[in-house]
Write a protein that binds this ligand. Structure first.
Ligand SMILES: [Zn+2]
Length: 409
């Protein structure tokens, strides 16, 4: 078999294209293949009209999968047509997407490597491509996946925020809670961030959204109220965020009480107990049980705050609107009478937003799924070894969590 025929078979190349020449550079561990064609008629890439070949663009090179240990590069001059509607255009070639410097198969390999390797750098090293080339493949893959995406109905959304870098601006991340996919990323957390997502949907899609789990963050509340039909009645404040606020209140009570002990000159029984109060009752390691029981018996302010926090967790066990309202009334009376300012503040916040807090009875959704995605996103950050800019972070989130069809065809 001739080497040109061998490579045509390996590449799956069919008429009008063929391999005209093969050059093997043993020292450089490299094979170069020149592809030529014997056609005079081509199709316009825009409208598919069959036209006579006009001329050829300058020779281009594509990196292909290695042939054994030899880096393999294809060369060809792409024909151009002069379409009466679209002007002079390069025709499509079967082995690569327009403007890519890699063949389809090589691009697939890079996508798989970035997905599987623990670092993007590792994927680059295996494929022998640069960091920028890998990012180019990722952003093309994401653009491709998004273009293919159809207007699907989503029932439950989760809206969350994620810091791009510690202390830096936040990204708004919108998830499909049923499919655990990231549907949308905005590079800030303002009203327009989420409103932009709602605006990108069709009327049917907006109507299909039944509920949105979110933090008590005014911009997200406003965007949902104004951006969805009946949006106000679709907001469900996320239990994890609520419990985080409550846990923070317990911690603030502990800090104040600890400082008060120290100010009075005595020793503080609260020294080194920060984490003891952050555990829920059943998560506390057994080794701390005795210390905790002793502290609890001291009837400290932080002990009361902790008990109020633990009681609040019961809220999400209710399945009936009337019963949950009764429970909340009792709980908030207790919280308000506790005379613990941070606790009272949380109770007041919940009371002000009570409809959205209790709407979980109708729509039992939480951002728990989104929290799972959050750890995946943390992993993405580690994998990239940091991002040069916020839009790279966005690309990586879509690439790994978007549930997109990324491959070139
Ligand atoms: Zn055309």
């Amino acid at each position: 078999m001739q080497d040109t025929k061998l490579f045509e078979t390996i590449l799956g190349l069919t008429a009008p294209w063929h391999v005209a020449r093969v050059e093997l550079k043993t020292d450089a561990k490299r094979v170069d293949l020149w592809l030529e064609h014997d056609s005079t008629r081509w199709r316009c890439p825009e409208c598919d009209a069959e036209l006579a070949g006009f001329d050829h663009a300058e020779e281009r090179t594509w990196r292909h999968l290695d042939t054994c240990q030899f880096e393999t590069h294809l060369h060809a001059e792409i024909p151009r047509v002069q379409c009466p509607t679209h002007g002079i255009k390069q025709v499509r070639v079967p082995w690569a997407e327009p403007r890519s410097r890699f063949t389809l198969l090589f691009e697939r390999l890079i996508i798989d490597l970035i997905r599987q390797c623990s670092t993007v750098k590792g994927a680059c090293a295996i494929a022998g491509v640069s960091w920028d080339e890998a990012w180019g493949v990722m952003s093309r893959a994401v653009a491709r996946g998004q273009a293919r995406k159809t207007a699907r109905a989503i029932r439950y959304l989760g809206v969350d925020e994620k810091a791009f870098r510690k202390g830096h601006r936040y990204h708004t991340i919108v998830c499909d809670l049923d499919r655990s996919t990231v549907e949308f990323v905005a590079e800030d957390r303002e009203t327009k961030s989420l409103a932009g997502y709602y605006a990108s949907l069709t009327d049917d899609q907006r109507g299909a959204i039944e509920a949105v789990a979110m933090d008590m963050w005014d911009p997200y509340i406003h965007a949902t109220r104004d951006g969805l039909p009946g949006g106000h009645a679709k907001i469900v404040f996320d239990r994890y965020h609520i419990m985080r606020e409550m846990t923070r209140a317990v911690d603030t009570v502990r800090k104040h009480e600890h400082r008060a002990f120290l100010r009075e000159g005595g020793e503080s029984p609260l020294t080194g107990t920060k984490y003891l109060w952050l555990y829920s009752d059943e998560q506390r390691p057994a080794a701390h049980a005795e210390t905790f029981a002793t502290l609890h018996a001291l009837n400290l302010k932080v002990g009361r705050a902790w008990a109020i926090k633990e009681a609040l967790r019961t809220l999400w066990t209710y399945r009936q609107g009337a019963a949950v309202r009764r429970f909340f009334t009792h709980w908030s009376t207790w919280a308000v009478r506790s005379r613990l300012e941070p606790v009272k503040k949380v109770a007041a916040m919940l009371k002000r937003r009570i409809d959205g807090v209790l709407r979980f009875v109708k729509y039992p959704i939480t951002n728990g799924v989104a929290e799972g995605l959050n750890s995946k996103i943390m992993n993405i950050k580690r994998k990239a070894g940091g991002f040069r800019n916020p839009s790279n972070f966005t690309t990586a989130i879509y690439f790994h969590c978007g549930g997109l069809d990324l491959y070139p065809r």
